[in-house]
Design a protein. Structure first.
Length: 133
């Protein structure tokens, strides 16, 4: 019987940590775009759009209590969508950010290094200050 290739098994194990970067990359890019499209009167709404990261998922939230009214409108006010606009108009850009992040993490996981990604997951230079819980 032939023994399994230990190097291949080690590389496959290293790739297990790569998928975490996809939702992080997508959420960070969507949050940046939503901040760009958010209407600015005082800047409170724009400043409170954040990407939140969990162990296997990420999401984009706004802590401004009126953000839903701005996004969807009311019977007294027309909608000024900022989150839907970010998603609808920049799908390719978001997917490209995800692909670049995953490819970079694969290079790191496989030990090939990368000029853009030189730190392990959770400490990536691409997304400073991100902690995945």
């Amino acid at each position: 019987m032939a023994k399994p290739n230990a190097k291949l098994i080690a590389q496959l194990k290293a790739l297990e940590s790569v998928p975490w970067v996809a939702p992080v990359a997508a959420a960070e890019r969507v949050a940046d775009l939503a901040r760009h499209y958010a209407p600015v009167r005082t800047g409170y709404l724009r400043d409170h759009i954040k990407a939140r990261h969990y162990s296997k998922t990420s999401n984009v939230v706004s802590n401004a209590p009126y953000s839903g009214f701005v996004e969807f409108g009311t019977r007294y006010m027309a909608a000024q969508p900022f989150l839907r606009t970010a998603l609808d108009q920049h799908r390719r850009e978001i997917l490209k950010a995800v692909a670049e992040a995953m490819i970079g993490e694969m290079h790191v996981a496989l030990g090939r290094g990368s000029s853009r990604w030189t730190r392990p997951p959770g400490q990536s230079s691409q997304f400073p200050g991100i902690s995945v819980s």
